[in-house]
Design a protein around this ligand. Structure first.
Ligand code: APR
Length: 238
């Protein structure tokens, strides 16, 4: 039994492209992080075991950049939709730009730069804002602190909750993600046939079935789309 679609619900599935125009790098575009760094070295449990100081340095730099960045017109437009809709943002991003733009329901499936956690089985989590983590900085349980980020090979967070939100949305906006990383990318499959489905990016491996692909800048396309959707909400039903 599929859950009921909620006519007033929008789900946004965002990736690094939505923060690109805030000056934060993407991963697979030209100039993307995985063009400069090896994810095996700086974003995997194996890399952490081999050279934790390189991993800490990589995330310290990204954290500072993200802390100094400001939301752009795409983040703001997504937040503005809350005036007329229930909006759930499911983001692969580890920055806080959706929250800073005013989005009130943001689910981070790949973790958050603003937090550190211990490395035990039951780690404690600490908010560190834009501050660095250094070797020897320990959790209360005595283990070394690490970025509270989901590395390759680690389990994505909130998958079931995210899937339920997509499955009950009447509108699904996918913005700034190449849909290369699973299982996050598989969330688009939960979108319902009757939902309005839009994908905004410069290019994407394969537009998911049923999605209208709008090629272009998030800061141009998303505000225009939000204006249209807000107008639709203002029209009398029927
Ligand atoms: N406006 C709209 N789309 C953009 C913009 C922009 N200004 N700039 C880039 N894009 C699009 C690109 O066309 C591409 O489709 O954003 C997407 C970025 O794709 P990736 O670099 O693969 O980033 P993302 O999809 O977020 O990566 C997913 O991979 O490494 C892991 O955990 C990491 O969460 C990340 C995941």
């Amino acid at each position: 039994m599929k859950p009921e679609v909620q006519p007033n619900k929008i789900v946004v599935l965002s990736g690094s492209g939505v923060s690109a125009e805030s000056g934060l790098p993407t991963f697979r575009d030209s100039g993307g992080l995985w063009r400069t760094f090896s994810w095996q070295e700086v974003a995997s449990p194996e890399g952490w075991k081999l050279r934790p100081e390189s991993v800490l340095a990589f995330y310290n730099e990204r954290r500072l950049l993200a802390w100094q960045a400001r939301p752009n017109a795409a983040h703001t437009a997504i937040a503005s939709l809350e005036a007329a809709y229930e909006v759930v943002v499911i983001t692969q991003n580890v920055d806080e730009l959706h929250e800073r733009a005013g989005s009130s329901k943001v689910i981070h499936v790949h973790g958050e730069l603003a937090y550190a956690r211990g490395t035990s089985e039951t780690p404690k989590r600490y908010r560190i804002d834009g501050n660095p983590i250094s070797m020897g900085q320990l959790c209360e349980d005595g283990t070394q602190l690490r970025p509270d980020i989901v590395w390759f090979g680690e389990e994505m967070r909130f998958f079931e909750e995210a899937r339920m939100h997509v499955a009950t949305a009447a509108r699904v906006l996918v913005v700034g993600t190449s849909l290369s990383v699973y299982p996050a990318a598989s969330l688009v499959k939960a979108a319902r046939g009757r939902a309005k489905k839009v994908l905004v990016a410069f290019e994407v491996n394969k537009p998911p079935y049923g999605f209208t692909f709008m090629r272009g800048k998030a800061t141009e396309i998303v505000p225009a789309l939000a204006t249209t959707w807000l107008k639709e909400a203002a029209q009398p039903a029927g």
